[in-house]
Write a protein that binds this ligand. Structure first.
Ligand code: ATR
Length: 277
């Protein structure tokens, strides 16, 4: 039986083991998948000791996973500078990044959004933001405005996108002058550690969609802001999580699982968790 795992910190509440167990059952594949807590200092050692054939990587390890592949990464991982999926072969680790495709699939197929010609605001420029920016541009959005607490990181993300006409870096204090967006994405880790700086209500309107790449409690503050600002849709990252997992599963096992039942099961649980709080 092959072994798989998700590495990150914190990792205790990860839904990935549950998702991959459900996919494996659906596909009739015997495998196990566990969550392994590892910080940056211990990641390489924990990965080597785990004996896994493949792994998902979450924060804060996506850039470290990219480095560990020594250039053996997919084009989309290269553009993101971050790896969320590792595959072991005879030569070592290969890296891919399924986050962007996971987000785009969730928005277009599950939520029925048309991303073409949309004006998009991306808050954050860390690993999560870099994972989704290329896929959004590939999906045909009109423009991508990247706003980050450290402006240099937003500029680096925009430069790496290779799309000077469509991608733009802006400072956080420019937000009040930036007008309304069709799609607003929170890719910061602010709600997990501290709190998201105040956002002007004028960024969103009744046709806007807001997405937080986190799920559960971490997504609550931004999505509450989005509802207060009048957004039509406020979507957390659970669907993206399931879709990126399905893409990883397909890379490892050669078949893409059906995601709707797994998503329905998990969202039922996360609603229950939220109301219990
Ligand atoms: P991840 O893999 O989740 O993207 P990361 O690479 O550490 O994690 O990036 C975290 C992102 O959240 C960054 O964009 C960070 O901004 P900086 O680049 O300026 O550090 C952003 N972030 C974290 N805490 C924040 C806060 N309190 N306010 C605004 N942005 C915050």
């Amino acid at each position: 039986m092959k072994h798989y795992a998700v590495f990150g910190s914190p990792i205790a509440h990860s839904q990935s083991p549950r998702i991959h167990a459900a996919f494996a059952k659906q596909a009739g594949i015997a495998m196990d998948y566990v969550a392994i807590e590892a910080d940056l200092d211990h990641f390489a050692g924990a990965l080597a000791a785990s004996g896994v054939a493949g792994a998902n990587i979450t924060l804060p390890l996506k850039e470290a996973a990219f480095a560990l592949c020594n250039g053996r990464v997919s084009a989309r991982a290269q553009r993101a500078g971050a790896v969320n999926t590792l595959l072991r072969d005879a030569h070592g680790w290969r890296g891919d990044n399924t986050d962007g495709l996971g987000l785009v699939r969730d928005l277009t197929e599950r939520h029925g959004l048309d991303l073409r010609q949309r004006r998009v605001l991306l808050l954050g420029a860390g690993g999560a933001a870099r994972g989704v920016a290329p896929a959004l541009l590939d999906a045909g959005i009109h423009s991508l405005y990247v706003v980050n607490r450290s402006p240099a990181r937003a500029e680096a993300l925009v430069d790496a996108s290779g799309e000077p006409d469509r991608a733009h870096a802006r400072a956080w204090d420019a937000l009040p002058t930036m007008g309304e967006f069709d799609l607003l994405i929170n890719a910061t880790s602010a709600s997990r550690g501290g709190s998201l700086p105040a956002l002007p209500m004028a960024l969103a309107g009744p046709r806007s969609t807001a997405v937080d790449l986190s799920y559960g409690e971490a997504a609550v503050p931004f999505l509450a802001w989005a509802r207060a600002a009048g957004c039509q849709h406020a979507i957390d990252g659970l669907g993206m999580l399931v879709e990126q997992a399905a893409e990883s599963f397909a890379l490892w096992h050669g078949q893409r699982p059906e995601t709707d039942a797994v998503f329905a099961d998990l969202s039922g649980r996360s609603d229950a968790l939220r109301t219990a709080d």
